[in-house]
Structures are given as C-alpha cells and as structure tokens.
Ligand binder design. Structure first.
Ligand code: NAD
Length: 366
C-alpha cells in the first residue's frame, strides 16, 4: 500500500486543483536499505527505520499508516498526540475497542483524519450513491456483496511475515472478516445506511500452518471464510460473503442493490461499469444497461482522459487523497473519517461474535 499511497501523493496535485502541495519528507520502514530504495523510487527526501522518529519530527504535518494491522493503533495514537494529521489503512483497528481508542486520540487532538477505504472513490460507485440519494431506487429491499479470492488454498502456504501477516491472527486481528468484508461493510453502510444486527458463520479450512517467524507449525487463528446475513436500519435485508478459497476468483468484490423502482450491480473486475435497471423505462425497452463510466459528467472523470478511456484501481487512492487535501481548505472532513472506520469495526466485531456464539448479534456502535 506504500506504493499506492505514494503514487496518490504525487499524482493528486497533477490532476486536481489542490489548495496545498504535498511534500514527501520521509518514508519509514524497518529495513534501512528497503527504505532508501523506496525513497529513491518515489522521491522521498529522507528515510527513517523507526516510526517514532517520524512522529517526533517537526517538519512533518501528516503521518500516513500503511503498515500491518497490529501497528495501526499505536502509531495513530502517537501521531495524533504529536499534533499530526493521520491517515490510516483499513481496518482501522484489529477490534472495535482498538479503533475506539484511535477515534478518541484523533478527535481530542482535533486533527483531520481519514481511513483508506478507497473503493468509496470508484467513480461507478460514487455514481451509484448519487442515484440512491436522488431517490431513484425507492424503498430498498435487498443488498448483497461478496469479496472472493483464492490465494490461501494451498496448505503449504506459511503464516506470518511480509504480506503473509494476514494469516497470523495476532497481527491481522481476524481473517477475511477484517481484511475483505471490512471493505464490503464500509461500502454497504455508505450506500445503504447503518447495519443493525447480524447472523454470521465463519470457517478456518486449514487449521495449522508453519509460522515464518518462529519456524514452527502453529494453529491458524484467522477465519478463512466469513458469511453473514443482516438487517439495515432502512428495513432492507442483506447477505455478505468473503473467502480466500474461491478458486479462480482473484479480487471479486461485488455490490448489488435492489429497490422498488431500480436495481444496480457492480464488480471490481469490471470497475468502470455500473449495471443499472430502471423500472420506469418504457416496457418494450426495459432492461439492464451497462453504463461505461468514462464521461466528463461522471464523478471525477473530467480530471482524466477523453470519454471512452478508462481509469483503474490506483486512481481511487488519488481521488481520496485529492478529496482529503481539499477538505483541509473547506474544513469539511473527508470521509471515511476514523469515526466511520470505527463503524465498520463495530460490524466486523458483531460478525465474529455471532459466528462464535452461533446467534444473532446487535451491532453496538458506542
Ligand atoms: N485499501 C486497500 O485496498 C488495501 C489493500 C491492501 C492492504 N491494505 C491495508 O494496508 C496495510 C498494509 O498492507 P500491505 O498489503 O501493504 O502489507 P505488506 O506486508 O505488503 O506491507 C507492509 C509494509 O509495512 C512495513 N512494516 C511492518 N511493520 C512496520 C513497522 N513497525 N514500522 C514501519 N514499517 C513496518 C513492512 O516492512 C512492509 O513494507 C494493512 O493494514 C492492510 O489491511 C489495504
């Protein structure tokens, strides 16, 4: 994620009119050689190998956290206490309790903060939200969403260490619930409002894996698959599913919403298209349209190429950072804030609780 964020810091001021120019003062990673290579490639002026040094520096206004989940809370709280603005990767905390502390820290420091739920900046999904807010869907009945991958199926895959920290529950907090479903949940609450209660089921298909850091075979504590049903405050029902065991699917994030007057669906493998069905269309012509989101009147698209030419995954981070920098001038917080990130962690907590207790669980936000 260090690359997607650095790319966004560099590209946002080139494609958007921004009130401030970001300066890449320093990058931090634990290995000095990697840090120097990264700094050279992306144009950072200096490097650090201990994030505490970064937080102490008075030539730095903003700390961006793109390290594994177990580092988020400690860095964010220290950065807020040092009076920095804080950006943090998702999930905000490994648990809602951890996220709640982080919210407290940034809110008492009174500093701008944001969580990198980047899919909120996919132009097709921004358009979907605008259409929903215009009331075109009428009453919402159903919402369904999946995030399917297939990269952990081999039982020889170890846990722990770079990238594979996702399989180590102490570092990740949970498995696909916090890693993948967190995206689906953030998107769902942004599009369709608060989730009130959930009934979930999780499974760990491979129970033991070698740990890269200890060299020993250790129990696997993460959920490999997570499914839940839920009720939204607006009365609609939903089902969600995430797994890393869906052979053939690499990053199939899907969203579908069905209302009284219209339906829409979207997936990440075809992210520049929104499928839309409008029941008000003349009967003979009624059907699903596939809207190619490249026109200058589509969200963010006037900043890019001519109509017909697409943008991709990295642009979502550029959009999000541009919105953040603009929010510093307008004073209106760019979403999702840490408080919004906490709202997602409250749902993932309820999902894990429900799977464990085998019963419906209410989402407790406070
Ligand atoms: N928004 C998204 O779509 C998205 C996608 C992938 C990952 N993420 C999130 O981004 C974060 C990082 O994930 P990743 O895939 O880039 O992981 P990664 O393992 O590829 O990279 C993590 C980096 O953090 C460094 N690091 C680890 N501990 C550190 C410490 N104490 N101080 C400084 N650097 C440290 C590692 O050396 C590594 O360079 C996670 O929270 C993850 O959930 C978000």
């Amino acid at each position: 994620m260090g690359r997607t964020h650095s790319n966004a810091f560099l590209q946002a001021p080139r494609f958007f009119q921004l009130p401030y120019q970001p300066v890449l003062r320093a990058v931090c990673t634990r290995n000095g050689q990697t840090a120097a290579q990264f700094a050279g490639n992306w144009g950072y002026e200096s490097t650090e190998t201990d994030w505490r040094k970064l937080v102490e520096r008075d030539d730095i206004d903003l700390i961006d956290i793109a390290s594994p989940n177990d580092t988020h809370a400690e860095i964010a709280k220290a950065a807020a206490q040092a009076g920095k603005m804080v950006l943090c990767e998702k999930p905000l905390g490994r648990t809602a309790a951890e996220a709640r502390d982080m919210v407290k820290a940034v809110e008492s420091a009174g500093k701008p903060n944001m969580v990198w739920y980047n899919y909120r900046r996919v132009p097709a999904l921004v358009l979907l939200r605008l259409l929903l807010n215009e009331g075109r869907f009428g009453r919402i009945f159903h919402y369904r969403s999946q995030f399917l991958q297939d990269w952990t199926i081999s039982q020889d895959l170890p846990q722990g260490g770079t990238a594979l920290w996702r399989l180590d529950v102490k570092v990740a907090g949970s498995g696909v619930t916090g890693d993948l479903l967190a995206h689906n949940i953030d998107m769902a609450q942004w599009l369709n409002g608060p989730i009130l209660e959930v009934s979930a089921m999780t499974e760990t298909f491979i129970k033991e894996r070698k740990h890269n850091l200890t060299g020993k075979v250790e129990p696997v504590g993460i959920d490999d698959a997570s499914l839940f049903m839920c009720r939204f405050q607006n009365g609609s029902l939903a089902c969600f599913e995430a797994t890393r065991y869906a052979r053939g699917h690499k990053a199939l994030f899907t969203v579908e919403i069905n209302g009284e007057e219209a339906s829409a669906s979207w997936d990440l493998h075809d992210l520049h298209r929104l499928s839309y069905f409008d029941h008000h269309d003349e009967g003979r012509l009624r059907g699903w349209r596939s809207i190619h989101i490249t026109d200058s009147d589509h969200p963010y698209m006037k900043n890019w190429w001519v109509p017909g030419l697409q943008i991709g995954y990295e642009h979502t981070f550029i959009h999000q950072f541009a919105d953040f920098v603009r929010s510093l001038e307008s004073g209106q917080a760019a979403s999702p804030t840490f408080r919004d990130g906490l709202a997602t962690d409250c749902v993932t907590d309820a999902v894990l609780r429900s799977a464990k207790n085998r019963q419906w669980e209410k989402v407790s936000v406070d």
